[in-house]
Design a protein around this ligand. Structure first.
Ligand SMILES: Nc1nc2c(ncn2[C@@H]2O[C@H](COP(=O)(O)OP(=O)(O)OP(=O)(O)O)[C@@H](O)[C@H]2O)c(=O)[nH]1
Ligand SMILES: [Mg+2]
Length: 338
């Protein structure tokens, strides 16, 4: 197992971003060796958009890919952090090391959720085989999914067996973050039958495994049944898929159902991440999304920065109606080399 230490979710210190190792090679080696302090500093740099990290991220990506990246998403308060805490325990008991990246799109670094996650996933303090890190954005929602992807690149290059990414499943941004995971666990809580259908049309597209947490609630069995029906319906439309998402009932506070969930995740990796052409398609879709995400951000930066006065010379003819926005966009696209 890896000789890695535990850092609980901490609010990054202001000087941390400036302490990025100037030698990319040394930083890559430190990360590869499981240096959690180097990892924490690098993720802080990613979070803040510190310039100059690309060479490190490029090299780490090329040397990573061994970890199993599991996404966990679901509505606010569904029990994601409580369940992840139990899953860590389950994987540790099976000898695996685990890193968690908890994405909080709303809170600033010092926000309550970071502290909350520290409390709720705090039962592994002192375990050197566990690393927990929260990541927030300072209102740069657009860049958060890209930053999360980069942070996962870092964790995936370290000697962790399992890397879990947690997001609150409410919007497009969170769904985008889930696209970085190989297997997605979607949490639901017990609810009235109609609510499942009405609120969650299309959720079967996101989840590889469904969890009805808080199964101590009387509506749990009914919710699980409804989910199963929706999954069966969706599967009939996609018979080529080699995996029918199972529904697992859990009671995270008591650890009930967690062993079964871990088994299902293992089976899902077997079915979806092997050498089949379906598995290859899934991996292709992930990296296609990733490249597009980086490309869009680079594009956005060049066109919308304050420094984009360079554009003005091209815009003047549009003002005079001697050119038009479509043509200028085409011309720029053709000229853009990298
Ligand atoms: N009754 C019951 N309560 C649960 C269960 N799992 C979690 N809870 C409680 O639900 C509350 C929210 O749990 P969290 O683990 O913080 O939920 P979360 O989805 O991580 O929440 P956010 O990150 O804020 O979206 C806590 O008070 C938990 O104790 C369960 O299986 N049964
Ligand atoms: Mg949480």
């Amino acid at each position: 197992m890896s000789a890695v230490g535990t850092i609980q979710a901490t609010a990054p210190q202001p000087e941390a971003a400036r302490r990025i190792d100037p030698d990319p090679g040394a930083l890559v080696e430190a990360i590869r060796a499981g240096d959690v302090r180097a990892c924490a500093r690098l993720i802080t740099g990613i979070e803040r958009g510190t310039p100059g990290l690309e060479p490190v991220l490029r090299e780490l990506y090329r040397r990573g890919g061994r970890s199993r990246v599991v996404g966990v998403t679901g509505p606010p308060g569904a029990g994601k952090s409580t369940l992840i805490d139990r899953m860590i325990g389950g994987w540790r008991a099976r000898g695996a090391t685990v890193a968690v990246l908890a994405i909080d799109p709303s809170s600033p670094f010092t926000g309550g959720a970071v502290l909350g996650d520290r409390l709720r996933m705090g039962s592994h303090g002192g375990d050197r085989g566990v690393f927990i890190r929260s990541m927030a954005s300072r209102g740069q929602l657009g860049g958060l999914a890209r930053a999360a992807g980069d942070a996962l690149t870092v964790l995936d290059a370290m000697p962790w067996d399992v890397v879990i990414v947690e997001t609150v499943g409410v919007g497009q941004n969170e769904t985008d973050i889930m696209r970085h995971a190989s297997v997605v666990v979607l949490l639901q809580t017990p609810m009235g039958g109609d609510d499942v259908q009405a609120s969650k049309a299309g959720i079967t597209e996101i989840g590889d495994i469904f969890v009805v947490n808080k199964s101590d609630h009387p509506d749990a069995a009914r919710t699980a049944r409804h989910l199963q029906e929706m999954i069966a319906l969706s599967h009939r439309l996609h018979l080529e898929r080699p995996w029918v998402p199972p529904v697992v009932k859990t009671r995270a506070t008591e650890g009930e159902g967690v062993g079964e969930l871990i088994d299902r995740i293992g089976e899902c990796f077997q079915a979806l991440e092997g050498g089949s052409s379906f598995a290859r398609e899934r991996r292709l879709a992930r990296v296609r999304h990733r490249v597009g995400e980086i490309l869009r951000e680079q594009f956005e930066k060049r066109v919308s920065d304050d420094g984009s006065r360079w554009l003005d010379a091209l815009l003047d003819p549009i003002l005079r109606r001697e050119n038009d926005p479509h043509t200028v966009a085409d011309q720029l696209f053709a000229r853009m080399k990298h």
